[in-house]
Write a protein that binds this ligand. Structure first.
Ligand code: DGL
Length: 270
């Protein structure tokens, strides 16, 4: 018997969570995936935790209304602000959240210095402080908030001079400290990996949590959801946005790697 074809709801402040959705699709080929880009409210990085929590609750309610049986918070900033309250309100379903990959980066560093690129919201959160307390283990951790970096990905602008300038500005303080492992602590940044690689060179590891989150989701889905038999049937994807649907379709098609249709969320969820 195959345990499969589940409906998984995934959300992010915008298109960045598609970097996680790629890993989820590989881990669960037959799951039906529903993705929301909260583009009407991007970026989350400079919003209050209360605002992000309210958005996360609304988006999760919508995903559940569409049949989602498990939720992935494909956003480090929303995890910091809302994972705990989502887990209280939706306590019957698996909720898999996203955190900067401090533990694997600490394991990877040889110089003893790890860098973190993330939103200001993530870096200032109590959850991030707790993560460092648990895993930094005597390694020096240099953090850098990256205003504007999520927005270049939202524009599908993965190779522009502006993107390069921002990456140079934000990685310079990390490289100055002899960082040899950089955590991509925002789900938008993996789309900039080729450019980040060009800027920082080959000797620096780029660490992100997308694959680990997909593995954890698969494990929890198999343990916690009832089995279904749909062997050999490939899953579907449905895409929603709280922003402009045409603009979202253009950028999401680029980042997903094929033409996709994007619908706007119903008004009550905007
Ligand atoms: N993609 C998000 C994250 O992982 C947030 C980016 C933003 O909206 O500021 O943190």
């Amino acid at each position: 018997m195959t345990t499969s074809s589940r409906t998984i709801g995934v959300f992010d402040s915008g298109v960045g969570g598609l970097s996680v959705l790629h890993h989820i699709r590989s881990a669960l080929p037959d799951a039906d995936l529903i993705y929301i880009a909260d583009s009407g409210h991007v970026p989350y990085g400079d919003k209050s935790p209360a605002f992000i929590e309210a958005r996360s609750l609304a988006l999760t309610r919508f995903l559940v209304s569409q049949g989602a049986e498990a939720i992935v918070i494909a956003c480090n900033t929303a995890t910091a602000a809302a994972a705990s309250s989502l887990r209280v309100r939706f306590n019957k379903m698996p909720i898999v959240a996203m955190e900067p990959a401090v533990k694997p980066a600490v394991a990877a560093t040889k110089s003893g210095v790890v860098g973190v690129l993330a939103t200001v919201g993530t870096l200032e959160s109590a959850r991030f402080a707790a993560l460092l307390g648990k895993f930094a283990n005597g390694v020096k951790v240099v953090t850098q908030g990256c205003p504007g970096l999520c927005e270049v990905v939202e524009r599908g602008d993965l190779h522009s001079n502006e993107a390069r300038r921002l990456i140079e500005r934000y990685t310079a303080p990390l490289l100055k400290e002899k960082t040899d492992a950089i955590i991509l602590g925002c789900t938008h940044y993996p789309f900039l990996s080729p450019l980040i690689r060009e800027v920082v060179g080959e000797g620096v590891a780029l660490v992100d949590t997308g694959a680990a989150v997909a593995r954890e989701l698969k494990r929890r889905v198999e343990v916690e959801l009832p089995p279904r038999v749909t062997a050999g049937v490939l899953g579907s994807e449905a895409f929603f946005t709280s922003g402009d649907a045409e603009q979202a379709a253009r950028i999401m098609s680029l980042l997903w790697g094929r033409e996709v249709a994007v619908a706007q969320l119903p008004e009550e969820f905007l």
